[in-house]
Design a protein around this ligand. Structure first.
Ligand code: NAD
Ligand code: ISE
Length: 338
């Protein structure tokens, strides 16, 4: 059976995932596309042979749509995810699941009432080969009990529309998810340090930031977010345990010897760094959705990330250590974070 997918949001990542579903992933075809900007949806639909729909609601209800992929702006995600659940259709939602924790809780309730998983959240790092090897090592007790984690998330530049809060909401949210998954523990508090700002930033932006998190088991995490580092896209993670330390390797690149020097290229952006992870992620979604279910990061993971993000934004504003306000995990989402 070929899974017939409807895409809501034909912007940057909507176009990427549509291309991925059309040319990389097996077992799926994109049959429907919608966007707030009708031209954009029509253009992408024409390129892929899909039908352009006037609204997300119409697309979700479409009888030819088996499953829904949400790649519109964050504040619109909850409405579409809830509508897909109401229609009983599997839904892949790019991060964030919702911008308000209360909306995430409504999604959890709706999925639980449905009685089986329908929602997968787009935290693609869990599908990255290097992070997976790191997790296997930690799970196999290769470095003993984790005690500390040191991370960095650097982007070369960001557009003027990027705000100080987005360092958490848009950027460090990936570290929050992947560390919950790697450690199998929830994050319980957040603090934000604000170093001397780089001169190569917009006036409104605090960049870099250092976020400090504590987990339920007492692991201390520091995440440097620096989104105007100029030189490339740089993702770092080192877990220090009782008997050893493990570091996320950089993607393999040839070491070039030329003109009296040896050099290795640095990846340029998140598409370059995580392209394979996105392919694996969307293939996993298609396979699960074809069976009427979902896999990977759950709606609970989406909720937990939003709850930590809320505490971190508050910590940036107040410069205090802020406790994460998180409900108890429903039995439906049992087990350690996946
Ligand atoms: P974008 O602005 O390029 O595209 C978003 C599109 O959604 C736009 O075309 C816009 O017109 C459309 N849209 C907005 N409101 C809509 C609505 N109510 N109904 C239908 N369409 C609507 O943004 P983007 O960079 O593609 O990001 C989209 C989402 O993907 C965001 O939530 C972002 O955080 C996420 N994202 C995830 C990653 C990742 O690494 N996993 C990377 C980039 C973006
Ligand atoms: C972007 O939205 C992403 O999700 C990327 O993965 C991240 O690296 C980048 O900082 C965000 O702006």
């Amino acid at each position: 059976m070929t899974l017939r997918v409807g895409v809501i949001g034909a912007g940057m990542i909507g176009q990427e995932h549509t291309r991925r579903l059309t040319t990389v992933v097996t077992g799926a075809e994109v049959v429907a596309i919608t966007d707030l900007t009708a031209d954009r949806a029509e253009r992408l639909a024409a390129e892929t042979g899909a039908r352009a729909y006037a609204s997300g609601a119409e697309l979700i209800a479409g009888p030819d749509v088996d499953a829904v992929l949400v790649t519109s702006w964050g504040p619109t995600h909850a409405e579409y995810v809830l509508a897909a659940i109401a229609a009983g259709k599997p839904v892949f939602c790019e991060k964030p699941l919702a911008t308000a924790a209360a909306d995430c809780l409504r999604i959890l309730e709706a999925e639980i009432a449905h009685g089986g998983r329908l929602v997968q959240v787009g935290f693609m790092r869990r599908y990255d080969a290097a992070y997976r090897r790191l997790k296997e090592l930690v799970d196999a007790d290769g470095i003993g009990t984790p005690l500390m984690v040191h991370c960095a998330h650097r982007n070369p530049t960001v557009p003027v529309s990027y705000t100080s809060e987005m360092a958490m909401l848009d950027t460090a949210v990936h570290e929050v998810d992947v560390l919950r998954w790697l450690l199998g523990e929830e994050i319980v508090s957040a603090q934000v340090l604000t170093p001397r700002p780089t001169g190569r930033r917009f006036e409104h932006l605090q960049d870099p930031q250092i976020m400090l998190f504590a987990t339920s088991g007492g692991v201390r995490i520091d995440v440097e977010v620096f989104v105007n580092c100029q030189y490339g896209y740089d993702i770092r993670c080192e877990i220090v345990g009782e008997t050893g330390a493990a570091r996320l390797p950089d993607p393999a690149r040839p070491a070039v010897r030329h003109d009296g020097r040896e050099s290795t290229a640095i990846v340029s952006d998140w598409r370059d760094r995580f392209g394979d992870a996105f392919d694996t992620e969307i293939q996993a979604w298609v396979d699960a959705a074809a069976a009427g279910t979902a896999t990977g990061p759950t709606a609970w993971d989406g909720y937990a990330a939003t709850a930590v993000a809320d505490a971190t934004v508050e910590a940036l504003k107040t410069q205090e250590i802020v406790a994460v306000d998180m409900e108890a995990r429903p039995a439906f989402y049992t087990g350690a974070p996946q």
